[in-house]
Design a binder for this molecule. Structure first.
Ligand SMILES: *Cc1c(COP(=O)(O)O)cnc(C)c1O
Length: 323
């Protein structure tokens, strides 16, 4: 990535919602359709290059943006990539397995393997290590990007920088609304704005786990990130604020609320959101306005984390049920 991503005012939505709404365009980070994983991968690939790696192994859902972005970064750096796709989202149609990010990864020349479980981070990481051992035996130099929490959250460092960047772009923000999945984005951004002494409320919209589980996960992510930065985690952990109203019916599945949010952004601002993350984030933001946690007139920034190729993997879901 070079330079800051744009911070764009959403004039029509601001008027409609009675707030001062801005969109931080991390869908425009460049590199193979962009998104939040570009910032995270800079730190993993930096580490991989330092270790002399020639092959990157990474795991994610079938329509994962992380694995697609990793395949793009590997291509740019002249490395091979091995993408492990997990069965995380039940009952999906043919497009889910062939279009969107799956198609892009094929074009990028990535190797594929699959993992039958979608909720077993340790198992998915172990399977990557088993494959890495095979590659080592063949003389390759593999580097594993882990999903589980028992490794330093290098990717979150990219969002520490993003939080600092945002604080420098705009000082008097009342609230920032971000998706909260692995927690690298949420944890990093919260830490970055805290380092800039920015007091904005940071709301994490659950996209994967319910509020209680995500709260616990964020505690761990912030502790590990604070350890990496050699700072005190407690003041960061006090600022964890997660909501899960937009999560049902679960990871990678759309409710009417999410579908409506996706269409509202497109039809009011001409900006696309993705069905798995950013539309849920916007649905969460709309909920916060409805219940008064975001108040009239407040200056609010929503982080657009990208993920747009998944729109094509969700063609059925987006055309069949009308919100
Ligand atoms: C991965 C992803 C997220 C979640 O980010 P985490 O850092 O894993 O919490 C949000 N939005 C998009 C588009 C993503 O691909």
């Amino acid at each position: 990535m070079s330079g800051a991503t744009p911070l764009e005012r959403l004039d029509r939505l601001s008027l409609e919602l009675g707030i001062d709404l801005w969109l931080k365009r991390d869908d425009l980070t460049g590199l193979g359709f962009g998104g939040n994983k570009t910032r995270q991968l800079e730190f993993y690939f930096g580490d991989a290059l330092q270790q002399g790696a020639d092959t990157i192994l990474i795991t994610g859902a079938v329509q994962s943006n992380f694995v697609r972005s990793a395949a793009a970064a590997a291509a740019k750096l002249g490395m091979q990539s091995v993408l492990q796709l997990e069965e995380r989202v039940p009952d999906m149609g043919e497009e889910y397995y062939s279009s969107g990010n799956v198609l892009l990864a094929q074009i990028l020349g990535a190797d594929h393997m699959s993992y039958p479980e979608g909720e077993d981070e340790a198992g998915a990481d172990a399977a990557l290590h088993a494959r890495a051992d095979e590659l080592k035996a063949q003389g390759r130099k593999p580097y594993v990007i882990h999903l589980g929490l028992n490794h330093p959250p290098l990717g979150a460092l990219g969002y520490v920088i993003a939080g600092q960047e945002l604080s420098q772009q705009m000082q008097d923000i009342d609230a920032v609304v971000v998706p909260s999945g692995s927690g690298a984005t949420h944890g990093g951004l919260l830490t970055g704005i805290a380092l800039e002494e920015n007091g904005a409320s940071v709301f994490g919209v659950c996209v994967r786990r319910d509020r209680e589980k995500q709260q616990a996960r964020m505690n761990t992510v912030l502790q590990k990130l604070a350890d990496l930065l050699d700072i005190n985690a407690a003041p960061l952990q006090d600022r964890i604020n997660v909501l899960d109203e937009a999560l049902p019916p679960g990871y990678g599945k759309l409710s009417g609320m999410t579908h409506a949010a996706l269409k509202k952004m497109a039809r009011t601002e001409g900006i696309f959101l993705d069905p798995v993350y950013s539309a849920k984030t916007f649905a969460g933001l709309l909920h916060l306005v409805t219940v008064g946690e975001i108040q009239p007139g407040q200056k609010v920034v929503m982080l657009h984390t990208g993920g747009l190729p998944a729109l094509f993997g969700y063609q059925n879901e987006l055309t069949n049920d009308q919100p």
